[in-house]
Write a protein that binds this ligand. Structure first.
Ligand SMILES: *[C@@H]1O[C@H](CO)[C@@H](O)[C@H](O)[C@H]1NC(C)=O
Ligand SMILES: *[C@@H]1O[C@H](CO)[C@@H](O)[C@H](O)[C@H]1NC(C)=O
Ligand SMILES: *[C@@H]1O[C@H](CO)[C@@H](O)[C@H](O)[C@H]1NC(C)=O
Ligand SMILES: *[C@@H]1O[C@H](CO)[C@@H](O)[C@H](O)[C@H]1NC(C)=O
Ligand SMILES: *[C@@H]1O[C@H](CO)[C@@H](O)[C@H](O)[C@H]1NC(C)=O
Ligand SMILES: *[C@@H]1O[C@H](CO)[C@@H](O)[C@H](O)[C@H]1NC(C)=O
Ligand SMILES: *[C@@H]1O[C@H](CO)[C@@H](O)[C@H](O)[C@H]1NC(C)=O
Ligand SMILES: *[C@@H]1O[C@H](CO)[C@@H](O)[C@H](O)[C@H]1NC(C)=O
Ligand SMILES: *[C@@H]1O[C@H](CO)[C@@H](O)[C@H](O)[C@H]1NC(C)=O
Length: 886
């Protein structure tokens, strides 16, 4: 066996804070694996590269932006801008001013001399967090369920427009990490799907949609951030766990490339302006100071031209992180909110003056940030920041946490526009029809008595925004919890919308909205002609626990006592329709097999119009065409992977021993029958597949990228003498605020770091500014452009054999042919609208990347010398058309 490249090399441990291997020998034994026995990949790389104590190789220097291709104009402007800046002004661009010390959840310093205001960075991936008069869009998992690239773009553009209207420069999203390694993962719903191709395409479209509104994106969270437990020591401590560092996701280079990095390649290719590094460690090196993932993979191989921003408090060092590729620290504070110090800020000024951070590196940080800013033409219109994240009062403090700068803080600008209609449409078009016995659905509203059941059908009686960051599961699940949420402008419940429909149609309607009211539910369901039961399962971000779920779900069953209530209703009504609002898979095997449950719908986490969206599908105003973006298994253990719920050591080790066998790849590998497979979804129409055509294009052979970068450039006057960097006289400081200036001309004092100079050791090569070789798999944003050459065109004929117009999502899967490759992997899809008795052509361009595998020794993609098969059909298990890519 060839050597495993990620193994056996120590990461550069970095400065000041204890990290990486400072806790060697303290790993507890035995290691409970998060991969169930029997589910480990047989790929020798995955086995060897996912073990506890796996390390991350050092990769230096940090590649400077090339600014070529699509980025040329943005770099030209950024370089011109940065050339005018002083040392402190450059540092100001890289450092947040501190938590709750300005209006946005993250705000950089400004450059008053040039009239450049601070950059406003704001959550979330579903809409603007922490303000009012904004929309709540459907979650990422719903976007994935539409399998419609146009939806991803339109939602992105709508969200971008809203952010723009509030004066926000950068929306913190979209999400491709977590990818969804385990179905219990708390934040999976913020992202799209455990399939990297579906996620990658939705991620790319979302980025372009948001950026089309002149707002930067933060493609996040980079990378292998697959669970909430132990992502931060502070969260863990608050729940009584004793860990010394965030968990380490241990994975090999093949799995990294073929699974977790794949969607980020799409995001970078789509022009993502920034990438947010995550809280976890990757192979025992903090994600925000991991030179392998930042310098080598992201800025090297993927040719990323924007900037890397830390997740909030995800920075664990100054010099080490900067040399490893971090460009901006957020919210600016050091190792705690409002600590009053920073790893960047004055420390960065000092680090440049003492020569540890080369001037070219700071220039690259500033240029990358400004290139992102100009890439989306943020400047073309830049409304003032007209809200405060920390209060919805009209008047309040500019520097909220310290109570300074009383002013009109909230303009309450309404940015909703006509987005409600878009949200309603995405909600219905993301609803997956899983079961529909004898055309139970659509209903016509003239059923004599329609009854709606379940706590999930009604309101949160305390108000839709009563729980901070949606950290509870009361009433219908329109949005899950955490920083990835936003305040509802209104919330249309299923109860309201279905009642409106039924009454308009002349029917009679009752509802029972408390799952505890079993007797009342039994009585009502005995009388009802159609009983529609709403059940949910929630999850969220790890700083909030709900019902003992620390972000990640504890189980894959229903919440709110829905199981008992649903049993009662189904035992009493022969026409029980189940609607599921959930963040991901829930166990449905029993309900699927229940004779009285005539229909099942999965509606995800659909946002503010949830009731209207589901009513549109139930009553046939919208013909469902969505498909599951994940597998619904019969048992939790069928997935083969799970959350690490209890630390297995001081630094929890999460071994990705399953390699790329997650979700349907695991079910297929083990021949496990799921309840509903990945890609499955019914329609009120029916479709027939025929006539597979495979055309091989005449394309030249792959050529590894060769060539060098320029030498690292510097901009403006980069020779700094140590005397001119003190705070200006008469300058009034905001307490706890991060500034770029120094308190003392003595750098040791100015740094105030007890370990000042102790790290003296700069990683080998980190200061090398000579032209550097470009990785052979690199060469342009997204990697070697030849990876995106189209090798084959595949077409199939899809016929609507039903009596209604409908939408179908044909899917194309490939078997790459290697000994250790998944049975099949999604590579293409299209949401097609087809009239009855008509045919449409499904077309997929198959790129070189689509048929390639990662060689960790060669560090490049290659094509297996094997038969590669292609499958086309309506789900990952219904694939009537098959062929060979010859
Ligand atoms: C991890 O490293 C520590 C320190 O070298 C060692 O004691 C422990 O056995 C290792 N654990 C595994 C599973 O390799
Ligand atoms: C965890 O997985 C590794 C790699 O497959 C294996 O060597 C180890 O024995 C497993 N540990 C447990 C406790 O199952
Ligand atoms: C850095 O930003 C802060 C906050 O916006 C501002 O007060 C300060 O003047 C800026 N410093 C420089 C050197 O521009
Ligand atoms: C510089 O960073 C160190 C930790 O690395 C911290 O102790 C010190 O307070 C910081 N200095 C400033 C001025 O923020
Ligand atoms: C569906 O309809 C067929 C034909 O009318 C009938 O035989 C069957 O029992 C029905 N199935 C259910 C579950 O109602
Ligand atoms: C809201 O949910 C919390 C738990 O998440 C629960 O304790 C509380 O009773 C619920 N309130 C209402 C009004 O249902
Ligand atoms: C699953 O978790 C939810 C939420 O904590 C809880 O309400 C439910 O009772 C749990 N299910 C089982 C079977 O324990
Ligand atoms: C289905 O509903 C009928 C009442 O309409 C009831 O008699 C029967 O027991 C139910 N079946 C099951 C399996 O609960
Ligand atoms: C340079 O400054 C940085 C930031 O204060 C500090 O962490 C580092 O230890 C210093 N290095 C040397 C060699 O003085």
């Amino acid at each position: 066996m060839r050597s495993i490249v990620t193994a056996g090399l120590l990461a550069f441990a970095g400065s000041a804070v204890a990290q990486d291997f400072s806790h060697e020998g303290n790993f507890g034994a035995p290691f409970p694996n998060t991969t169930y026995p029997g589910f480990e990949s047989s790929n020798p790389y995955a086995v060897a590269g996912s073990l506890a104590n796996q390390t991350s190789p050092p990769k230096y220097p940090s590649p400077w932006g090339a600014g070529t291709g699509e980025w040329t104009a943005a770099y030209t402007r950024a370089r011109a801008f940065v050339s005018q800046l002083t040392l402190e002004e450059k540092v100001n661009l890289t450092t947040g001013t501190g938590w709750e010390l300005d209006r946005c959840v993250g705000q950089t310093g400004s450059i008053p001399r040039l009239g450049f205001r601070a950059m406003c960075l704001q959550d979330s991936p579903v809409g603007i967090r922490d303000t009012d008069f904004n929309s709540v869009f459907p979650a990422g998992v719903n976007v994935a369920a539409t399998w419609d690239r146009g939806v991803a773009y339109a939602r992105g553009r709508g969200m971008g427009q809203e952010h723009k209207g509030k004066g926000i420069d950068m929306q913190l999203g979209p999400v491709a990490g977590p990818l969804g390694r385990t179905p219990e993962g708390g934040r999976n719903w913020e992202g799209f799907s455990p399939d990297p191709v579906l996620t990658g395409q939705m991620f790319a479209q979302s980025i372009q949609g948001i950026q089309s509104a002149g707002v930067m994106t933060s493609a996040k969270h980079y990378i292998a951030y697959e669970q909430e437990h132990f992502r931060q020591t502070s969260d863990a401590e608050s729940f009584g766990f004793n860990i010394s560092e965030p968990d380490s996701a241990n994975l090999d280079d093949v799995t990294m490339h073929e699974l977790y990095l794949w969607p980020f390649a799409d995001g970078v290719k789509a022009g993502a302006t920034s990438v947010m590094c995550s809280y976890n460690q990757v192979n025992n090196s903090q994600a925000c100071q991991n030179s392998y993932i930042l310098n080598y993979l992201l800025k090297g191989e993927l040719g990323f031209q924007g900037f890397v921003v830390s997740d909030w408090l995800g920075t664990h060092s100054g010099v080490s992180s900067i040399l490893a590729g971090l460009d901006m620290t957020m919210p600016g504070d050091g190792n705690a909110y409002d600590s009053g110090d920073s790893y960047f800020g004055a420390n960065l000024t000092v680090a440049v003056l003492n020569g540890t951070v080369p001037a070219w590196r700071l220039d690259d940080m500033a240029v990358r940030i400004m290139a992102g800013f100009y890439f989306v033409d943020t400047n073309a219109s830049r409304p003032d920041i007209n809200f405060s994240s920390w209060t919805t009062d009209t008047y309040g403090y500019e520097h909220y946490h310290v109570g300074e700068g009383y002013t009109e803080i909230n303009g309450h600008v309404n940015v909703i526009a006509d987005h409600g209609a878009l949200i309603r449409d995405i909600g219905s078009r993301s609803t997956v029809l899983l079961k529909n016995v004898n055309n139970t659905l659509p209903l016509n509203g003239r059923e004599p008595l329609t009854a709606v059941f379940g706590s999930d059908a009604g309101p949160n009686i305390d108000g839709p925004n009563s729980c901070s960051d949606r950290g509870c599961d009361n009433g219908t699940l329109g949005m899950a919890w955490g920083s990835g949420s936003a305040n509802f402008p209104y919330l249309i419940t299923p109860d309201t919308a279905i009642q409106n429909t039924v009454l308009n149609a002349g029917g009679v309607y009752e509802s029972s909205l408390d799952n505890g009211a079993i007797t009342a539910m039994a009585a009502l369901s005995r009388r009802a002609n159609a009983s529609i039961f709403f059940a949910n399962a929630d999850s969220g971000e790890g700083y909030i626990q709900v019902d003992g779920n620390l972000g990640d779900r504890n189980n894959l069953t229903f919440w709110q006592g829905a199981d008992a209530a649903l049993s009662t209703v189904a035992a009493n009504c022969k026409n029980t329709i189940l609607v599921v609002h959930s963040v991901g898979p829930v166990l449905l095997e029993g309900w699927k097999n229940h004779p009285n449950i005539t229909a099942i719908l999965w509606a995800g986490v659909p946002g503010q119009e949830t009731g209207n969206s589901i009513a549109d599908v139930l009553y046939g105003r919208v013909n469902p065409g969505a498909k599951l973006p994940f597998t619904i298994g019969a048992n939790r253990t069928d997935y083969g992977t799970d959350i690490l719920y209890t630390p297995n050591g001081d630094v929890p080790q999460i071994q990705f021993t399953e390699g790329n066998f997650i979700d349907y790849r695991a079910f297929d590998q083990h021949n496990t029958t799921p309840t509903y497979e990945f890609g499955f979804g019914l329609s009120y129409a029916t479709f027939k597949y025929s006539n597979l055509r495979i055309t091989k294009l005449n394309v030249s052979d792959y050529v590894p990228y060769s060539g060098y970068s320029t030498a690292a450039p510097t901009y403006g006057n980069s020779s700094y003498s140590s005397s001119a960097h003190l705070f200006p006289s008469n300058f009034t400081r905001v307490p706890l605020y991060q500034y770029p200036w120094l308190n003392s001309t003595d750098l040791t004092k100015a740094s105030n770091d007890p370990h000042y100079g102790a790290d003296g050791l700069v990683p080998e090569g980190a200061q090398n500014s000579s032209a550097r070789p470009i990785p052979r798999a690199g060469g342009a944003p997204g990697g070697n452009p030849m990876l995106y050459d189209i090798l084959y065109q595949v077409e199939a004929t899809i016929t609507n054999t039903g009596s209604l117009a409908g939408e179908e999502v044909p899917q194309l899967y490939i078997n790459r042919g290697g000994q250790y490759d998944p049975v099949r992997e999604l590579r293409g899809f299209e949401r097609l609208s087809i009239q009855p008795n008509t045919t449409t052509t499904f077309h997929v361009d198959i790129t070189r990347r689509d048929v390639s595998s990662w060689d960790p020794v060669m560090q490049d993609w290659f094509r297996q010398n094997a038969t590669q098969r292609v499958f086309v059909g309506s789900s990952s298990r219904d694939l009537p058309l098959q062929g060979v890519l010859a």
